[in-house]
Design a protein around this ligand. Structure first.
Ligand code: DC
Length: 215
């Protein structure tokens, strides 16, 4: 079974995915983490955004793994926390806009899901990675609410952040993510649309589970 969840940054996809996975015994795959690994490796190798050829090389050669606890490994090293840094976040959307980078990551994401019952979240899961998924959701929330949630999430993970900066960065990322030539975040007729702005995490989780169980 494949459950696909797309939506903008900070909509709660990560949290919801983990909760639904736990309840329905699904493997979670955070596809944003794969793009974050490529972005981190660019920083590690001092490759900048105006060197797309080098970024493509990196996307082709990196080894990315995830374990069942959502830990992320880049070339064998645990980078779960590092990939959430402000530096990575500020370049990840342009990195993920390079079509060749997307081709590599989509291949890897399909590989990670092979033979498993998965719940996968990202921007183009319902449209490109698994358009034939059993259940497709678009999880949304107003941008200010998403910024508040991201600040809170960062605080919980011990990452320092400022609301205004996060809001600006999310707006920029939204624009970029929605205007990519390949793999753009879009709404389609066959997604189940959920606006979580005024919903609790529990309510969103229950809504998704009800859809999956056909209740
Ligand atoms: O979900 P996230 O914030 O960790 O994603 C990081 C970036 O990766 C995001 O700005 C857009 C990109 N991304 C993508 O282009 N396609 C995906 N399936 C997942 C993420």
């Amino acid at each position: 079974m494949i459950v696909a969840i797309d939506g903008p940054a900070g909509a709660g996809k990560g949290t919801i995915t983990s909760l639904v996975a736990e309840e329905l015994n699904l493997v979670t795959i955070d596809t944003g983490a794969t793009y974050r690994c490529v972005a981190l490796q660019c920083l590690n190798e001092n490759v900048t955004l105006d060197e797309p050829e080098k970024i493509i090389e990196i996307a082709k050669k990196v080894k990315i793994d995830m374990d069942e606890n959502k830990n992320v490994f880049l070339n064998g090293k645990d980078v779960t926390k590092e990939i959430r840094s402000t530096e990575v976040t500020s370049i990840v959307s342009p990195v993920s806009s390079i079509p060749e980078v997307r081709d590599e990551m989509v291949k890897l994401q399909r590989e990670l899901a092979k033979g498993k019952n998965v719940i996968m979240e990202g921007r183009d899961i319902t449209t490109v990675v698994f358009p034939e998924a059993d259940f497709k959701f678009y999880l949304d929330a107003e941008v200010e609410e998403r910024a508040r949630r991201r600040v809170k999430q960062n605080e919980e993970q011990g990452i320092e952040s400022n609301y205004d900066e996060i809001l600006e960065s999310i707006k920029k990322r939204d624009y970029n993510d929605m205007h990519k030539e390949k793999g753009a975040l879009i709404r389609t007729e066959d997604q189940i649309y959920i606006d979580s702005t005024n919903m609790s995490i529990e309510e969103v989780k229950e809504t998704i589970i009800k859809h999956i169980k056909g209740e």
